[in-house]
Design a protein around this ligand. Structure first.
Ligand SMILES: Nc1ncnc2c1ncn2[C@@H]1O[C@H](COP(=O)(O)OP(=O)(O)OP(=O)(O)O)[C@@H](O)[C@H]1O
Ligand SMILES: Cc1cn([C@H]2C[C@H](O)[C@@H](COP(=O)(O)O)O2)c(=O)[nH]c1=O
Length: 195
């Protein structure tokens, strides 16, 4: 069976990093994330922490970071599964909400590799704020914004934009423990015969 490329998406504080690391460990895969820890990813994190930047520049930086990331993903897929914490769908959501045209976003990300599955971790915004507990999120730190982000994820999935090979898994994490969400994910992956 070929190694799988699995992507986690969801609003800030939905549990992506927690769950993607748990899944990567469970399936002996490699955890990766966007923005990456490379030079472009580091520049993006500087911007996200408050450095001024035009929204078009940020969209291009995420796409540029993704160019390097996709090369890395392709290499590692030869040897192991990949579990990715945020990917092109975050650009389709966050940059679109910032006012960037979706066709432009898809065009600058046209090289992005389609994942095998997208796991969308849904959560009530109120709960996500409690979980983030003051984490410094300059650009996207308000409930109205995160509600727009959540709605945009639903829109993308409904329209099946950049549809993964085996489709989507949607997990509602509100009121669930980390372990319960992890178990839900494993169950859904087995039901889709991903593993
Ligand atoms: N199901 C859960 N119940 C309660 N707390 C959780 C749950 N999942 C994650 N957390 C906690 O919520 C916080 C955010 O989790 P995590 O960093 O995994 O979210 P994230 O979606 O990656 O957030 P971001 O997009 O902001 O990086 C962490 O402190 C984590 O321990
Ligand atoms: C990949 C990607 C991310 N973003 C935004 C979404 C988040 O608010 C931050 C990343 O923060 P995290 O705590 O590391 O998840 O960046 C974006 O706007 N566009 C993207 O493509």
């Amino acid at each position: 069976m070929a190694n799988k490329f699995i992507v986690f998406e969801g609003i800030d504080g939905s549990g992506k990093t927690t769950q993607s690391k748990l899944l990567a460990e469970k399936i002996n895969g490699k955890y990766t994330c966007e923005p990456t820890n490379g030079d472009i990813g580091k520049l993006i994190r500087d911007i996200l922490s408050g450095k001024k930047c035009e929204k078009e520049t940020l969209a291009l930086l995420f796409a540029a970071d993704r160019v390097e990331h996709v090369v890395d993903i392709e290499q590692h897929l030869k040897k192991t599964h990949i579990v990715c914490d945020r990917y092109v769908y975050s650009s389709m959501v966050y940059q679109a909400i910032q006012g960037i045209d979706l066709n432009f976003i898809m065009n600058i990300n046209q090289f992005a590799k389609k994942p095998d599955i997208l796991i969308f971790l849904d959560v009530d915004v109120e709960e996500s704020f409690k979980r983030m507990n003051g984490k410094n999120k300059e650009i996207f730190e308000n409930k109205e914004m995160l509600n727009k982000v959540r709605a945009k994820y639903y829109e993308i999935i409904k329209k099946r934009l950049f549809e993964p090979k085996y489709g989507y898994i949607k997990i509602n994490t509100t009121g669930k423990s980390i372990e319960e969400v992890h178990d839900n994910i494993l169950t859904e992956l087995r039901e889709k015969n991903i593993f």
